[in-house]
Design a protein around this ligand. Structure first.
Ligand code: YSA
Length: 331
């Protein structure tokens, strides 16, 4: 067996020692003609010999296969001729894909994309937006406060609860006409469920110019919905209250799971609210250094995670962050 170096030689060996005309097969075939006692002894011996020959054959087969791939490699050496392990290629997370798509839609409508800090002062997050301390509107945005000493002017630090603080930061730096969108992460100290997360994304929109009206706001958001969800999806505006707008509205989109008839995702209402919006409050324009007698503007803040729910009919927002690759690979 040691002298064998090729498959052909091994085949010849197999036919000779284990083939139909081999001695071992002849012994096994002849067992029936032996007396019982002799048959037992001869049978056991012949079978054990056959097993040994088969084991030798297997071992040699494996060593010839390895030798062919590795060309007589030393034990333990790396076989560089073996095919490589496939590398798992990742792809862009569905929420980031939506953010990119929204950026494209709004920039094509004349908006510029800007970003802002996730760790913010309460001044920008609340006060400059007409939400002073103790204002009940603060309760609707349960806040993660940062345990840091307040600034000299008493400003406290927090994780921004919405992207609206960027309205003020932009107004402080740029003068009208202004058209910006601000995508980014926001944080709220609240329980998670099928439509709520404690960390999610928003995209803020702000347009300020002479003569901007509610019609511009509705026109821009209808156009966004038409491009993102298609022309057939119904959209609803209803009055809402935010201290930083007057008047204020919420926009909801027809539920993609039940198409308006009511289900768990839309709390049986048939609609899912995706954004708050309105005409920028004169006090907010003043806080940003813009004269409300001369300029007016609209603003909106849209929740990003709810948008793909509505487009694809996904029934639980938490799936985006559960790291289940079977879910994420579908996008
Ligand atoms: C209103 C008027 C403006 O002139 C500008 C912006 C706004 C929106 C305001 N800043 C705001 O945050 N309103 S909101 O609390 O109602 O949230 C806006 C959107 O974020 C919601 O419509 C929803 O789509 C999403 N959202 C809110 N809480 C969420 C959430 N998404 C996931 N998880 C949560 N916990």
């Amino acid at each position: 067996m040691d002298a064998i170096t090729s498959r052909e030689e091994l085949d010849a060996w197999r036919i000779k020692y284990l083939g139909k005309k081999s001695a071992i097969l002849a012994i096994l075939k002849g067992l029936g003609s032996l007396p019982v006692e002799e048959r037992k002894v001869a049978g056991a011996g012949a079978n054990s010999l056959k097993n040994e020959l088969e084991a030798l054959l297997k071992e040699k087969e494996a060593s010839l296969a390895g030798g062919q791939a590795g060309q007589d490699k030393a034990p333990g050496a790396v076989d560089i001729t073996l095919p490589g392990k496939p590398v798992d290629l990742g792809h862009i997370h569905p929420i980031t894909q939506v953010l990119y798509e929204l950026g494209e839609i709004f920039t094509s409508m004349g908006f510029e994309v800007v970003e802002g800090p996730e760790v913010e002062w309460d001044y920008y997050n609340f006060e400059a937006l007409n939400i002073p301390k103790e204002h009940p509107a603060r309760d609707s945005m349960q806040t993660f406060w940062v345990d840091a000493p307040p600034a000299e002017d008493g400003r406290e630090m927090l994780l921004r609860t919405h992207t609206s603080p960027m309205q003020i930061r932009v107004m402080e730096k740029q003068k009208p006409p202004l058209r910006i969108v601000v995508p980014g992460r926001v944080f709220r100290y609240e329980a998670t469920d099928a439509t709520h997360l404690h960390m999610f994304h928003q995209i803020e929109g702000l347009a300020i110019d002479k003569g901007i009206t509610m019609a511009d706001l509705k026109g821009s958001l209808y156009e966004f919905s038409r491009r993102f969800f298609g022309p057939d999806r119904r959209v609803r505006f209803r009055c809402d209250f935010f201290p930083f707008v007057e008047p204020g509205v919420e926009m909801a989109v027809e539920c993609a799971v039940c198409h308006g008839s009511g289900c768990r995702l839309c709390s049986q209402s048939g609609w899912i609210e995706i954004l708050g919006a309105g005409m920028v409050h004169p006090r907010v324009l003043e806080a940003g250094g813009i004269d409300p007698e001369e300029y007016s503007g609209f603003a909106f803040g849209m929740g990003i995670e709810r948008i793909p729910l509505l487009r694809y009919g996904i029934d639980d927002i938490r799936l985006f962050y559960s790291n289940d690759l079977r879910f994420l690979r579908q996008f």
